[in-house]
Design a protein around this ligand. Structure first.
Ligand code: CA
Length: 498
């Protein structure tokens, strides 16, 4: 740990309410923390990770001044389990959390010490801006979008939340501010179903002539803005979002939050819609990238990061703000809509030359860009090649900032903070487990990659040093390793591992 950080950590340990004037060298203790989680952004989609056809100068600048991780893993290759693990520090596969239907109840217990709850306990204001997708309401009290929504972000550690309930391809296509749908006209109540059609709005299946974006599969229910969605909704017409303005709208709420909280430490989980389908960039970004519409929405995402950084600098907050930029899982280029992304992506490779994509247990599914910046807390920028799993972010931020965390509160998380301050930090955990949407598990230990047996398939074993593309399955040739790794996973499935 560098001397500057030791001084700061000691300051922070002295209490969350330490005044700005107590800090050495004019630095403020309790840095602001902003975790930026892109949706379906691949390892190779950022300039500093090798993208030549998508321009991301703002994220590249953060990496130049901070730490660029080259072996960072999302906990899962799909949204809900990855986000669940980020916010709780728990393996989602133990709790059967996969992609949640939009009417799923809240998956996180209100008594859990979540990532935002940790910050709140340490005197921070806490906010969610963006995608939720972790369920709303409870089994005995399903969500009514027309009244106060109980069982959501406000119940698990966020003081403020401006969010969309599930994904941008699912109904209801509305924003929720704290516990109320924004802009809802009570005389046009919302009804939502994932089982049958409700109301009389046209659907993609019945009225394909009304579509501006053609669905490929499963996205043919209620049409909102010319795009048919997963699920049916009626009502709430005034409250429905405009897809092309979603990134900008979320950004403006984020910037309002920063302005309103510039005088006290804040933690923000900023989870934009980009680059998830439907990909609908705002006009200035349409056609801007050299990788088709797929690149356009990523350039828009980078622009939002740049606007955030500019706002922090204007308020003299940038130096003492921790910013993390990463992604919940890899993309699938052609998935729900025929938007031309696959046809127009050109020579761009979102997977950084790795095998796998969204839903996959191969490296391309879960290895993600991960950039960390904290100018006041870092002696010099560097590239971190150690493996880091962001299921550990809660324990790691606690370690960086001197927050106490009991073993039970840490859950499955391990403190990897040494990796964030030193290029030569030792291995902080023996192995990293990742999962696919069905809860199948892959293990990364040293150069080894083991994929546990799945329904209808045996195990797989790869040596990534010799075979980075995971083409040569060594499970028959190296049974001892396979056995060892299977035992680790069995132990973890009983909740005894770390
Ligand atoms: Ca995702």
């Amino acid at each position: 740990m560098n001397s500057k950080l030791i001084a700061m950590t000691a300051m922070m340990a002295a209490g969350a309410s330490a005044a700005a004037s107590d800090a050495p060298d004019g630095m403020r203790p309790n840095p602001n923390v902003i975790v930026i989680l892109a949706d379906d952004l691949g390892y190779g989609d950022i300039g500093c990770y090798g993208s030549r056809f998508i321009s991301t100068p703002n994220i590249d600048a953060l990496a130049r001044e901070g730490v660029r991780f080259t072996n960072a893993y999302a906990p899962a290759s799909t949204s809900s389990p990855s986000r669940y693990s980020l916010l709780t520090g728990k393996y989602a596969w133990r709790r059967n959390v996969g992609i949640l239907p939009a009417d799923a109840p809240l998956t996180i217990g209100s008594d859990e010490l979540t990532l935002p709850a940790l910050f709140r306990r340490n005197g921070y204001a806490t906010a969610l801006v963006g995608k939720w997708h972790l369920g709303l309401g409870s089994p005995d009290r399903p969500v009514d979008f027309n009244s106060s929504i109980a069982g959501g972000p406000l119940d698990v550690g966020f003081d403020y939340a401006y969010f969309f309930p599930a994904t941008n391809d699912r109904v209801p296509c509305v924003y929720i501010e704290n516990d109320r749908v924004e802009g809802l006209d009570p005389s046009d109540p919302i009804e939502v179903s994932y089982r049958h059609k409700v109301g009389s709005d046209p659907t993609g299946k019945e009225n394909p002539e009304l579509l501006t974006l053609k669905p490929i599969w499963g996205h043919d229910a209620t049409i909102v803005n010319g795009i048919s969605r997963i699920g049916w909704m009626s009502g709430g017409h005034n409250a429905r979002w405009d897809d092309s303005q979603m990134a900008g709208n979320l950004l403006s709420h984020l910037l309002d939050y920063v302005e309103a909280h510039k005088d006290r430490p804040f933690f923000v989980y900023y989870a934009p819609n980009n680059a998830h389908e439907p990909r609908v960039p705002s006009a200035p970004f349409r056609g801007k990238s050299a990788a088709g519409i797929y690149g356009d929405v990523i350039e828009e995402f980078d622009y939002c990061v740049g606007e955030l950084v500019a706002a922090l600098k204007e308020r003299d907050l940038y130096d003492n703000t921790i910013i993390v930029v990463t992604s919940d899982n890899a993309p699938m280029i052609k998935e729900g809509y025929d938007d031309g992304a696959f046809e127009n992506i050109g020579f761009h490779d979102p997977y950084g030359d790795m095998r796998g994509e969204k839903y996959s247990l191969y490296e391309g599914g879960t290895r993600v860009p991960f950039v960390y910046s904290w100018p006041a807390g870092l002696d010099r920028p560097f590239e971190q090649t150690q493996r880091f799993g962001f299921l550990d972010l809660k324990s790691t931020l606690a370690g960086l900032l001197g927050f106490s965390l009991t073993e039970a509160e840490a859950a499955d998380g391990v403190d990897g903070s040494a990796l964030f301050t030193s290029v030569s930090a030792p291995v902080y955990r023996e192995y990293i487990l990742t999962q696919n949407n069905g809860g199948d598990i892959a293990l990364r230990l040293g150069d080894w990659k083991y994929i546990a047996p799945r329904r209808g398939a045996g195990s797989e074993l790869y040596n990534l040093a010799a075979d980075p593309h995971e083409l040569h399955d060594l499970s028959l040739a190296c049974p001892q390793e396979s056995r060892k790794f299977r035992k680790i996973i069995e132990r973890d499935s009983l909740g005894r591992g770390k």
